[in-house]
Design a binder for this molecule. Structure first.
Ligand code: SF4
Length: 383
């Protein structure tokens, strides 16, 4: 079975997307940082104009959920006033992920600076096109959903590496934007040959084309590193359960921290952990980390089941031991996990199907399981 096509687009503050619970308005924190004032502002705006629920996305953005079409203009105006919306359409659309722990005025920070400042002058890019800026002593974004990686080169300088390529184009800070444009022009030129088909991501494009630089052995200088929930030599890395935050979570974080880094993998880096009543994930042993869950009902119009409620029930009752990988999907599109999981629970017409060692859109081994039976069924499979 092939994966059903996902509908919709990448929302921004200026181009929100309708979902099951209203408009989704995506805020892209500059440099991945939100200070206490911005966190509190987002919490207040989410309560005032949305439903108090926010998504923490895999690309380190925050989505305000549940915004009505009537409330949206006032929300946009408030975000602009607070400096939480891009200055113009292109700045709003720019997808830039800055590696965690990137220090102010470091090479990575400066590269991000150049891109933010040039956003309006860059060519029109597909909505999903992303830059990953990962210039530190360790590389954290190797597996990020980006198209162009900006890294420190092994021999010095800046390496521009297309997704899917191990080699890259070496440049320096003075010529960074010129070199970026060279790669973007090449990428867009190849897309121009097929104007009626959706844009192809860089990684896919490189399956059929050589990158616009010759293999020269210019490699990233830093080793890959995996970010994980837990203490991190001073700060703490925490996660949002199933990628969802509430306005209350943001206020708790703001009360304890002057600034929070929003980072990939739906994680955050904080100086101080939120209080004991917080439901955020603070330890790597938390079983919720082994569960991938899409928003489900009532947030997505394609869903007929409450995916996150089911995930909480499975963890709270101990029906899910966490020893295997679990995906709970509101429908067969499988948005939360494009790769196979040990157990995949898929909602259909208010009941559940189960796919074992597969993806949401593949043939299930059990179908039509009632809500009252699903905990026991998963407990049997998960043990
Ligand atoms: S997988 Fe979940 S989020 Fe994606 S379309 Fe289906 S119900 Fe919606």
């Amino acid at each position: 079975m092939t994966r059903p096509a996902a509908k919709g687009w990448c929302p921004t503050t200026r181009r929100p997307m309708m979902s099951g619970d209203g408009l989704l308005v995506r805020v892209k924190p500059a440099y991945g940082r939100l200070d206490a004032q911005a966190l509190t502002c987002l919490a207040d705006l989410s309560d005032q104009f949305g439903n108090g629920v926010l998504d923490l996305t895999s690309r380190a953005n925050l989505q305000i959920r549940g915004v009505s079409e009537q409330a949206y203009p006032a929300l946009l105006s408030s975000l602009q006033t607070a400096g939480l919306a891009g200055a113009n359409l292109k700045a709003d659309q720019l997808n830039l992920t800055l590696a965690p722990f990137t220090g102010k005025n470091s090479l990575g920070w400066r590269c991000a600076d150049y891109l933010y400042a040039a956003a309006d002058d860059l060519p029109e890019l597909p909505a999903k096109f992303g830059f990953s800026v990962d210039c530190g002593e360790k590389r954290y974004l190797t597996n990020a959903s980006a198209d162009l990686f900006i890294e420190a080169a092994s021999g010095g300088g800046v390496l521009l590496r297309c997704a899917g390529s191990t080699d890259g184009l070496v440049t320096d800070e003075d010529n960074l934007l010129t070199s970026v444009r060279t790669i973007l022009d090449w990428y867009l030129g190849l897309q121009a040959g097929a104007p009626d088909t959706p844009p192809v991501r860089m990684r896919k494009l490189l399956e059929a084309h050589d990158p616009p630089y010759r293999a020269t052995g210019h490699l990233p200088h830093a080793p890959e590193h995996q970010l994980a929930v837990g203490p991190a030599a001073g700060p703490h890395i925490i996660a949002a359960p199933y990628g969802q935050l509430t306005a209350g979570d943001l206020r708790q974080l703001a009360a304890a921290n002057s600034s929070v880094q929003i980072t990939t993998g739906r994680m955050m880096i904080v100086e101080t952990l939120p209080g004991p009543d917080s439901h955020l994930i603070t330890t790597s042993e938390d079983k919720r980390l082994s569960v991938a869950v899409c928003p489900g009902a009532p947030h997505c119009p394609s869903a007929s089941v409450r995916t996150r409620d089911l995930a909480d029930s499975l963890v709270r009752t101990g029906a899910w031991s966490g020893g295997k990988t679990l995906h709970i999907s509101g429908c067969a599109k499988g948005c939360a996990a494009p790769e196979a999981r040990d157990i995949c629970i898929v909602g259909r017409d208010g009941r559940f199907d189960i796919v074992e060692k597969g993806c949401a859109w593949q043939a299930p081994s059990s179908t039509g399981i009632l809500t009252t039976d699903i905990l026991e069924r998963v407990s049997e499979l998960g043990s």
